[in-house]
Design a protein around this ligand. Structure first.
Ligand SMILES: [Zn+2]
Ligand SMILES: [Zn+2]
Length: 255
């Protein structure tokens, strides 16, 4: 089960940006961790990032600084090497925010550690498997193949048309669930292409080479102010015939 802490591709009164809680210690992306988790965020020991764009790291600085005295364990941030480099250079550089990889907790351990990951290399955190999958976006980005108790869901990460995703879905029939970026309405195709995201029509194009019809499809990363229009289009195109939906903040997703 995945707890969707933030499902949107931006922040507004209509919704919060991407964060998925896989267990009390494990999350993907830091778009919205602090307000839903509160003090229990100190229990997070492993955070996997899809990429360095701000809507996916917005809460990471505050995750380090809030409840600092209560944190006893290093937060391990797992990400592509290019994402780690971007965080080191542009965020945890002592100018924008302190370098928490050099600040010790009371236990003596450093507050933050970066763990590089690679496409196709599975990482086990307890019983949960996470395998980074290449996405097609403005910067190096991964989605994740998530395995829990023998069930598999594929999270696309921010992506434009991505044949690698379809190849994986065609070859690995263990995957029953696709959670895919649909950020804009189809009339915003230029904006989608320029920013390397999908629209409902682009998703239809991408899925033309899918050789199966049993996938449950969920969408996320919608611009919050357009979530109803995007949802109407997705429904009209029949993406949710197997029971999926456009994800909302705060809901749980079983697969
Ligand atoms: Zn994003
Ligand atoms: Zn992005």
């Amino acid at each position: 089960m995945i707890h969707v802490l933030g499902a949107q591709g931006s922040v507004s009164p209509e919704g919060r940006s991407s964060s998925f809680l896989l267990s009390p210690t494990l999350a993907i992306d830091a778009g919205n961790l602090l307000s839903p988790l509160g003090a229990s965020c100190v229990g997070l020991s492993d955070l996997f990032l899809t990429h360095a764009h701000f809507d996916h790291i917005a809460d990471l600085p505050f995750l380090m600084s809030s409840y600092f005295e209560q944190r006893t364990e290093t937060l391990r941030v797992h990400a592509l090497p290019q994402t780690i480099e971007a965080l080191r250079i542009h965020l945890f550089n002592d100018q924008i925010w302190p370098d928490f990889s050099k600040i010790a907790l009371r236990s003596g351990e450093m507050a933050l550690a970066f763990e590089p990951i690679g496409y196709g290399e599975c990482v086990m955190i307890g019983e949960i498997e996470l395998t980074p999958v290449r996405a097609h976006h403005l910067v190096p980005t991964c989605g994740y193949l998530i395995g829990m108790q023998g069930h598999y869901a594929l999270l696309s990460g921010d992506t434009y048309l991505n044949p690698d995703l379809i190849d994986l879905l065609n070859t690995d029939t263990r995957i029953g669930t696709l959670i895919v970026d649909v950020s804009f309405v189809s009339s915003e195709v230029k904006l989608a292409r320029d920013s390397m995201h999908l629209t409902p029509q682009l998703l239809r194009t991408m899925l033309e080479s899918l050789e199966r019809d049993d996938l449950v499809i969920y969408t996320y990363h919608q611009k919050p102010e357009h979530h109803r229009l995007i949802d109407d289009e997705l429904r009209a195109l029949g993406f949710f015939q197997n029971g999926g939906r456009q994800l909302s903040d705060g809901e749980t997703l079983s697969f």
